[in-house]
Design a binder for this molecule. Structure first.
Ligand SMILES: [Zn+2]
Ligand SMILES: [Zn+2]
Length: 106
C-alpha cells in the first residue's frame, strides 16, 4: 500500500489517500476485513477522485455519495490532470511506513 498525495496548485484541490492492498501491515485498523485493496476512481458527476475497497461487499462500482458510475483509474498510469479544473496535478507517493525517513541522503 502506498499513500498518494495529489495537489493542484491551480485550484487548490488536494487529496491524500491510501491505495493498494493492505495484506501486509494492517494500516486500516477500523476495517475488520481480512483483505482490502483500495483503488482509485473518478466520479464524473462531482469531478473528483474517490477511492474504494474493491473487495468490500458494499462496493458496486458506484459513487457512494451520488450513485454515479465510477471510472477506475489505472494505478500504473495515475492521473496527472486535476479532476476539477483539468490543470496539471502534482503527485507524490510514499509508503505509510517511511514517514520518519524523508531524506534520501541519510
Ligand atoms: Zn485544479
Ligand atoms: Zn460522486
Amino acid at each position: 500500500m502506498q499513500i498518494y498525495h495529489f495537489t493542484c496548485k491551480h485550484c487548490g484541490y488536494e487529496l491524500k489517500l491510501p491505495l493498494g492492498s493492505s495484506d501486509l501491515d494492517q494500516v486500516l485498523t477500523d476495517v475488520n476485513a481480512d483483505y482490502a485493496d483500495y483503488h482509485l476512481f473518478r466520479c464524473d458527476k462531482e469531478s473528483k477522485f474517490v477511492y474504494a475497497d474493491i473487495y468490500s461487499k458494499d462496493f458496486e462500482g458506484k459513487c457512494i455519495a451520488d450513485g454515479n458510475d465510477l471510472r477506475e483509474i489505472d494505478q500504473e498510469e495515475p492521473p496527472v490532470k486535476c479532476p476539477r479544473c483539468t490543470q496539471d496535478l502534482v503527485m507524490e507517493t510514499r509508503t505509510p511506513f517511511a514517514d520518519d525517513d524523508d531524506d534520501d541522503s541519510s
